[in-house]
Design a protein around this ligand. Structure first.
Ligand code: KG4
Ligand code: ZN
Length: 337
């Protein structure tokens, strides 16, 4: 195989338009992300139609910026990659079609990448000597997946959410409280001034022997609590609600992840997805795992949320295995790992 493989990757699965260039997978030459959050904030969540339109507006300048940052011209790129799922179908189609067109025009191979695999591999960009096998928890706005990662490309799903994703629960509670979007960072901020044990919210599925999650019951319990308080004309302590809700989510994630790490006898635990940006969560999980001498690793902040660097890294490992896609590959909004 050729040395110094340079891959241009595009990521448009949700509301970030992103392009990146990597050299040999882990050396990120450029990582450009254009967030649309300001356009979606006033609606309290991502509006798919707006997301696709904004991707169309931003994709060209974002790719040009990434090439400029990498100091490369298109002809020097060895392969083009794009996320083809999971995500919003209209959003995925913009990045995927753009990338496939580039691949056709330049006569370079095309690599279709799973967004969730991208989130996992973000860990290996931030810390390049993580010893496998590891247990990986992916917690984002769309996913809560616990998996056993043997080595690059080989993983086994241990459990996943049966209803809402962890990040989705943060977003929905924040919206119900009128705090804005995205909910995770706002709830984390409010929780800093609240008491974690002020309200005893449920921790669903902790009694189950498997590694599956459920956050919809917890979300309903928080909403009912707020509703009852309002009906009685009592004042809401937003900080205490945020802290107690966040603690319930953290407890569920920490207990299940630690159990999986012990049962699988892994060398370390890695985190991925937007909720991995939550500092209180990382602190609690790190402390629990350290009781068993298991280190916790997580990506740098800008690699936790959606970006194309992580997509280019996965694409490199697919490149090494000749795992290229035909140009009739379609977007798959429900793509699984
Ligand atoms: O991975 P991501 O950027 O997008 C996908 O969903 O794929 O994750 C976004 C999610 C949102 O639900 C957001 O509220 C949550 O990650 N999030 C957080 C924090 N920062 C982002 N949740 C809890 N605490 C945070 N600090
Ligand atoms: Zn994501």
């Amino acid at each position: 195989m050729k040395d110094n493989i340079k891959i241009l990757a595009i990521e448009t699965s949700c509301d970030e338009t992103a392009a990146a260039v990597s050299k040999n997978g882990l050396n990120i030459l450029a990582n450009v992300v254009s967030s649309q959050v300001d356009w979606h904030r006033k609606y309290g969540g991502v509006v798919p139609e707006i997301a696709s339109r904004k991707h169309m507006e931003f994709i060209n300048p974002v790719v040009e910026e990434a090439l400029k940052e990498a100091g490369l011209q298109l002809k020097e790129i060895d392969a083009i990659a794009a996320t083809y799922g999971p995500g919003l179908v209209g959003s995925l189609l913009v990045g995927l079609t753009y990338a496939k067109s580039l691949s056709l025009a330049l006569n370079k191979p095309f690599i279709g990448v799973n967004h969730i695999a991208g989130h996992i591999y973000a860990n290996f960009i931030s810390k390049q000597d993580i010893e496998t096998p590891v247990v990986c928890l992916t917690v984002s706005g769309g996913h809560t997946d616990l998996l056993y990662f043997k080595e690059y490309g080989e993983y086994e799903i241990l459990g996943r959410t049966k209803d809402d994703a962890a990040g989705e629960a943060f977003d929905k509670i924040a919206r119900y409280l009128g705090l804005g979007y995205p909910g995770g960072p706002i709830i984390e901020e409010k929780a800093k001034n609240g008491k974690e044990d002020a309200i005893d919210f449920p921790r669903p599925f902790l009694d189950k022997p498997n590694y599956d999650f459920s956050f919809s019951g917890l979300k309903t319990a928080v909403i009912n609590y707020i509703h009852n308080k309002k009906q009685k004309g009592e004042k809401l302590n937003i900080n205490n609600i945020a802290a107690s809700f966040q603690k319930a989510v953290i407890d569920i994630l920490t207990i299940k992840t630690t159990k999986a790490a012990l049962n699988k006898g892994v060398n370390s635990v890695i985190l991925s997805g937007g909720v991995a940006a939550n500092n209180r969560f990382k602190e609690v999980l790190e402390e629990k795992l350290s009781e068993h001498d298991i280190p916790l690793y997580y990506p740098d902040h800008e690699l936790c949320t959606d970006n194309a660097a992580m997509i280019s890294t996965v694409a490199y490992y697919q490149y090494k295995k000749n795992d290229f896609a035909e140009l009739d590959i379609n977007a798959d909004p429900n793509l699984k790992l």
